[in-house]
Unconditional design. Sequence first.
Lengths: 338, 265
Amino acid sequence: MTVTDGLSTLEPAVAPVQAGAGPWLRPWAGGLVAGAFWLGAGALTAVWPDADDWAYTNELAAAEAAGGTLLAVAGLLGSRAGVLFERLRRSAPWLIVLALTLALWELLVAKLNLLPRPFFAPPQAFLEVYLDDGRRLAECAFASFGLLVVGYLLGALAGFVAGVAIGWSRAVAYWGHPLLRLIGPLPATAWLPIAFFAFPSSWSASVFLIALASAIPVAVLTWSGVAGVNSAYYDIARTLGASPRFLVLRVAVPAAMPHVFVGLFMGLCMAFSVLVVAEMVGVKAGLGWYLQWAQGWAAYANMYAALLVLALVCSGLVGLLFRVRDRVLVWQKGLLKW
Amino acid sequence: MVAAVPLRHDPVPVPGLALEVAGIDHRFDLHGQPLPVLEQISFRVEPGEFVAVLGPSGCGKSTLLRLVAGLESPATGRLLADGEPIAGPDPSRLMVFQDPTLFPWRTVRDNVALGLEARGLLRSEKHRVQKALDLVGLGAFAGAYPHQLSGGMAQRAALARALVNDPRLLILDEPLGKLDSLTRLGMQGELVGLWQRAGFTALLVTHDIEEALVMATRVLVFSPRPARLVADLPVDRAYPRHRDDPQLVALRHRILELLGLAATW
């Protein structure tokens, strides 16, 4: 009895509030909080004096404050902030954690000087690298990107063809399988002397190392995908009049595609991890080369900054691969996710 | 009671194929030991007949169908299609399996188009795909992927994939075995309707005595493995048939006896 009474008195009180909120002002709380944290990080950077003479402290503070302001505005506008809101809506927790991490890092390294130098660099040192050495870094990123794309595409293609051949033909499997098992686990550095000897230029040698590293997982997964195709698919296609060529290209390959994409992803990861080695053979620009150079001079800020660029390039390429996969494997939607 | 579901399009009538199975022996190789599966199987199927093969589980019925489809060759004996030896698979003899085994990466339309595509006929004969889909009542689902279909719809799509090629012999390996009983009753009637109008020869393997009696013009009863032909029973009743037709009931009792299961009924 009391419960129903309580409800009936509550209902009219709640309804007008909801109606009043309407579609006009629905702020995005996550954006407001994240904006506040970024503004706070900016304030900390600007107000607390540096323990040492770091360049670009004010620029860092300004950048943080600008980001915070943008987030706060998006937070106030809510869904009316359009694209910005749609993009950032789900990342509010990440943005908050990022601001906190940045502030803590700034505090520990730049303000309190608690971590040993030169191994640790404060955030403004990144800014310094990007602003003062940005041109060279961009050239390096561009060179590495080209190397990765060419090497990876060649390797993926070779691995795919090898995988289909090994999965399809007993004769190819007889010769190819032991070779693949032997070569697969070798570290990329082991190929350096041969790459030096066999290739006319250092660039082609680098391409070879990246292609080889990415080809192996693609070959192994493509092979297992083709070998695992449900034999009933072949029976169906054969009774319908399919030629061997049709069986390979229209049955085995599409059926193996989910495996192939796992291999393509693993191959891409391999390509990234081999990049530094591949750029040891004498190329004059590239992120791997830059990393080695920075390490050699103990320019750790440069090294970290280049690592960040490398990570962004990698995640961009992985993102691209995933979009291609979602396109090609659209038929799997609702079947499984990986 | 089975009523053929009315369909919007009539299939193209095709002459049925005459099948002759003469003295077939077949065995599997199991850990180096020969395991006899089929023993001295001989029978003839006239053009346009609907023959059901009944037998205990694992007796080798499906193996017989694979031989007829040309997916395997018998150890001894001869298989003739219209008097010609069966040397391999051919689109005139098509099989529908217990599992629809649609290609999951193809839409329903592209699955049905598979045979035309494999034979390089897709460009000139494309209109037949939609016709076959309409024939099995899937016209509206042409763009769907197999995982979006129910079991019955998937089996209809598999049927359309065979029918689009105008097969002269339709080999049905427990095609309704995995469907729920209501869908199953409906599709029994539909299959009979298709067969009556298209004129192909049908060879059906089933576990279900009632299904065989309701659908087929003749029932072949096989023994346990190695399978031998123990009875060849004509089912001379008009369609649509009634499950409680006294003659069918008597036949059913007879078949249960042949299978050694008379006491269970």
